[in-house]
Design a protein around this ligand. Structure first.
Ligand SMILES: C[S@@+](CC[C@H](N)C(=O)[O-])C[C@H]1O[C@@H](n2cnc3c(N)ncnc32)[C@H](O)[C@@H]1O
Length: 220
């Protein structure tokens, strides 16, 4: 323990005050503005800094990333989550909207990435049983159950035996989903029924991290 008369604490306070001074903060903001490329989607929360999203990144994404595996992301948007999937051997990025696909391509265009525009539920060009890990965030929350059923049916074809599918979906048992008209009429009971009907098993669920939605991991 430092001596009672030590200047440790007052030095720390002075050093912090210097760091928090207006000129320093302005300089930091200007440097960030010039050095970072803001991704479309970070306004909904950055998994680097927003705790529940950081948890999802560390618990549901990073542990599955392997350089010898193939992954597929549905609805990547600007790449908020794509940036954590770049280390897969191959990464299919599937979006319904050309504009969004182009936005992603602006930020991330790596040789291991395959950009696919789909019809809203299919996986054109993806071989059977080729995908070891599927991730989708903030996309299924807006999809109505018939689209989710169609997606699950098509996922069955492309996911490898033992592969993992992590889907983030609307959970209308939660008040924040009930209040959001853009969130689809889904909940864990409906989701489990659709998953079972498509021939997948529920490996794991997360019903608590998000306030308006839930996550489910499927295998088959
Ligand atoms: C709200 S954004 C989420 C983007 C990204 N996943 C994120 O969390 O930042 C929804 C994305 O899903 C895409 N999308 C919407 N409906 C889709 C569908 N049926 N199939 C594939 N992509 C879809 C949109 O074009 C957009 O890129």
């Amino acid at each position: 323990m430092p001596d009672l008369n030590s200047s440790l604490y007052t030095d720390m306070l002075r050093s912090s005050a210097r760091g928090r001074s207006l000129p320093r903060r302005l300089f930091g903001a200007i440097r960030r503005e010039f050095t970072s490329k803001p991704l479309y989607g970070l306004e909904w929360g950055d998994p680097e800094t927003v705790e529940p999203l950081r948890f999802i990144r560390d618990r549901w994404v990073i542990p599955y990333v392997r350089p010898d595996y193939t992954a597929l992301e549905i609805g990547p948007g600007g790449g908020r989550w794509t940036r954590y999937l770049l280390q897969f051997k191959r990464l299919y990025v599937v979006d319904f909207h050309q504009e969004l696909s182009s936005e992603l391509r602006k930020n991330f265009h790596r040789p291991n990435m395959v950009f696919i525009r789909n019809n809203g539920t299919d996986f054109p060009g993806v071989p059977d049983r080729a995908v070891d890990y599927v991730f989708s965030f903030d996309t299924f929350v807006h999809l109505d159950p018939p689209l989710i059923e169609a997606y699950l049916g098509n996922l069955k074809r492309i996911v490898s035996p033992g592969g993992n599918v992590v889907l983030h979906y609307s959970d209308k048992t939660k008040p924040m989903a009930q209040e959001n008209p853009t969130f689809s009429a889904n909940d864990p009971i409906k989701m489990r029924a659709m998953v079972a009907a498509a021939g997948f098993q529920v490996a794991e669920e997360d019903l608590t991290t998000m306030w308006h939605s839930s996550l489910i991991r499927l295998t088959h």
